[in-house]
Design a protein around this ligand. Structure first.
Ligand SMILES: [Zn+2]
Length: 185
């Protein structure tokens, strides 16, 4: 009996623990298998940038306010107004990376006023244009639907027909940023 060759690379699961695929939890293994190969070769980030070459110029809070305002006027006119729209560099961890939608309650005089805020993780300043759009569509949909249910995703698809593909690819991009770092030029 000969020992298996040491030169054989370990299976991907050993190289990149499933734990590290935190943005992709819940997606079926057969969808993730090719992704794991690309990550192992550090080719996922570059591939995504080739697939989504269009960049955006939304780099400041002011620009984000305008960008969100246009989409809201187009699709969500009757939804409650947003008290604040901003990039937030503290949004890093998994469930926050897709942005946050919070209702901040403040006491004003004798009244408790609820204010809607929409924050987008600062790393989206450098995201492909369509990933920023996906994130903003997601957060705008939360103005009507709190939970990620059927009605929520129907609203997302109403605003962006490619929503599901874009959410998956945005998660891939977050994973690539996490595990590969910036794409090689
Ligand atoms: Zn959400």
């Amino acid at each position: 009996m000969t020992e298996p060759s040491r030169a054989v690379p370990p299976p991907f699961a050993a190289a990149v623990p499933a734990l590290k695929l935190r943005y992709l939890q819940g997606y079926p293994a057969e969808l993730l298998a090719p992704v794991q190969g690309l990550l192992a070769d550090k080719k996922l980030h570059a591939l995504l940038l080739r697939r989504y070459p269009e960049r955006h110029t939304v780099r400041s809070d002011k620009a984000l306010v305008d960008y969100v305002g246009e989409l809201k006027a187009q699709f969500m006119k009757s939804a409650p107004p947003l008290a604040k729209v901003a990039f937030d560099s503290r949004l890093q961890i998994v469930h926050q990376a897709l942005g946050t939608h919070t209702t901040v309650s403040r006491v004003q005089g004798s009244q408790l006023k609820a204010k809607r805020e929409l924050r987008v993780a600062s790393l989206f300043k450098d995201a492909p244009a369509r990933f920023l759009r996906m994130i903003v569509v997601h957060e705008l949909a939360h103005l009507r639907e709190r939970e990620h249910g059927k009605a929520f995703y129907a609203l997302c698809q109403h605003m962006e027909a490619d929503y599901h593909q874009l959410e998956f690819d945005t998660r891939l991009w977050l994973t690539a940023l996490d595990l590969e770092g910036p794409a090689a030029p």
